[in-house]
Ligand binder design. Structure first.
Ligand code: MYA
Length: 481
């Protein structure tokens, strides 16, 4: 790659889960009052060459030890499931995340998940309202913290991530002797409610549209093996008060009560202990805007005109037979996607109902396309990307950065580079400013070739209560939103 282009690409800033971007944790960073009490490998543990027999659950499933009562919150705060089918509650969650969720390291951008996106991400087949865990200020009803999970199926190194637990879910009451402030989880130092901004509080929410504990999405075909945890968020005014460990323990309890003891999640921060450390790459689609908002910078010796030319794309997709994915394609495409993903060490597996939910195009949320063989009508390839804008903080001219993120794909005939080039063209036509991709799956086959620039932080992948050998990014087949 020419030097100027290399410099330009290197200058791309990333909007991603915050990452330290450094290598190994120092001794101090190795101390984790909460995480050191959890069933996860220690940071210092060498998990690079684990034998298959050493992989599996860290703590055996023990339904009798699962606490039946919710963890205690400090006075003035209470648990409150979030019902996304209720417009007001959906808006409240949107606002909490819009104002408090993940920012880049320089606090220039903040993820701005849309309400429709949140419904898509949090209401797949088998989802439960009780797994959309909110914390409200009792007096004002303000939503100030959140954590969520959804059911999924995953294999790690060829083994299903599930301890083959067969006990009935949601068992009868059992005594649980631990209390939440063991293990660094105390949240008793929270500030008084009065210190929260309560000027624009919404009225108390109306009755929930579905009963707590009922499915929030359509029914899953099979019992899930684990959950995927996401959207952990604590209001900025409640930070560093040990509320996050309480949220994590409460969602763990609720998942355990349903008979599940494993989870997958990603974070920009380094915690004990990543199973993979991955990196975002960024492909400019609208370089002028990206430079104006400080997402990228003009490389030395590059003019704006040359930069725009460098990133220009054809108007139309180039692959013959490329068309939007249709409902009727879901069954064969689900099988092909599962086959493709099964080659990765960390591999999700979808039912057809889940495939339909996750992959069928929903404008403004997720976009999917297939290549159909003209003669046989067989689907040979698939690409998809999702829409995750970011708020641009403190810029008068531009308020929103429109980012497309590479999602699931398979390719059996068209070269991946050609497919992804079409994804860029389609994303550009949909007026995205940038196309992001992690270095997972087979993405390193196209990243440099298609002029992606490397981002500036890592995204760590984690498994909860499952010891497994650490893998390279190219062995990860899982995309978390
Ligand atoms: S990743 C996205 C996380 N969200 C954000 O980054 C949004 C902006 N930040 C915030 O809202 C807060 O800073 C958060 C921490 C909420 C992140 N994952 O309450 P604290 C540990 C896990 O005083 P706060 C996503 O959503 C930290 O190391 N732990 O801190 C996936 C420390 O523990 P230790 C984290 O800053 C979430 C403790 O929290 C994270 O006020 C997966 C401090 O607590 C993090 N991203 O709040 C969750 N950040 O002392 C795990 C900090 O030990 C799921 N911490 O170092 C586990 C599986 C559960 C289900 C199991 C089922 C079986």
């Amino acid at each position: 790659m020419p030097q100027a282009q290399q410099e330009l690409l290197a200058g791309l800033e990333s909007v991603q889960k915050p990452g330290r971007g450094d290598g190994e944790a120092s001794d101090d960073k190795n101390k984790h009052a909460f995480w050191d009490t959890q069933p996860v490998p220690k940071l210092g543990e060498d998990t690079s060459g684990l034998e298959p027999t050493a992989m599996g659950p860290i703590d055996p499933p023990d339904m009798a030890a699962v606490r039946t009562e919710p963890y205690n919150l400090p006075a003035s705060f209470e648990w409150s499931d979030v019902h996304l089918n209720d417009e007001d509650q959906a808006k409240e969650l949107y606002t909490l995340l819009h104002e408090n969720y993940v920012e880049d390291g320089d606090n220039m951008f903040r993820f701005d998940y849309s309400i429709e996106f949140l419904r898509w991400a949090l209401q797949p087949p088998g989802s439960l309202n009780e797994w959309l865990v909110g914390v409200r200020v009792t007096q004002t009803r303000k939503l100030v913290a959140f954590i969520s999970c959804t059911p999924a199926e995953l294999s790690a190194h060829g083994t299903r991530v599930n301890p083959h637990h067969t006990a009935a879910a949601a068992p009868a009451a059992a005594e649980y002797t631990k209390n939440y402030d063991e293990g660094g989880g105390s949240a008793d130092a929270l500030p008084d409610v009065a210190s929260l901004s309560v000027a624009d509080l919404p009225p108390p929410p109306p009755a929930a549209p579905t009963a707590s504990g009922t499915a929030a999405g359509e029914g899953a075909d099979e019992e899930p093996g684990l959950v995927e945890v996401n959207f952990l968020c604590v209001h900025k005014k409640l930070r560093s008060k040990r509320l996050a460990p309480v949220l994590i323990k409460e969602i763990t309890r609720r998942v355990n009560r349903r008979g599940l003891f494993q989870a997958a999640y990603t974070a920009g921060v380094v915690l004990p202990k990543p199973i993979a450390r991955c990196r975002y790459w960024h492909r400019s689609l609208n370089p002028k805007k990206l430079i104006e908002v400080g997402f990228s910078r003009l490389a030395p010796r590059m003019t704006m005109a040359r930069t725009v030319k460098l990133y220009s794309l054809p108007d139309q997709p180039q692959t013959q037979g490329l068309r939007p994915l249709r409902e009727a394609d879901c069954e064969p495409c689900c099988a092909k996607l599962n086959t493709f993903l099964s080659k990765f060490a960390i591999a999700p597996k979808f039912t057809v109902a889940e495939f339909r939910h996750w992959i069928l195009t929903q404008p403004g949320v997720v976009y999917s396309y297939v290549v159909e063989e003209p003669g046989t009508k067989e689907i040979t390839d698939m690409i998809s990307f999702y829409s995750l804008p970011s708020s641009i903080l403190g810029n008068d001219k531009h308020r929103k950065l429109c980012a497309a993120y590479s999602y699931y794909y398979f390719s059996t005939k068209t070269p991946l580079c050609a497919l992804m080039n079409d994804a860029l063209i389609l994303a550009k036509r949909l007026e995205f400013d940038v196309f992001n991709a992690l270095d997972i799956l087979k993405n390193d086959e196209y990243l440099k070739e298609l002029k992606f620039g490397i981002g500036d932080g890592n995204l760590q992948y984690y498994l909860y209560n499952w010891r497994a050998a650490q893998v390279a990014p190219g062995q990860v087949g899982l995309v978390l939103l």
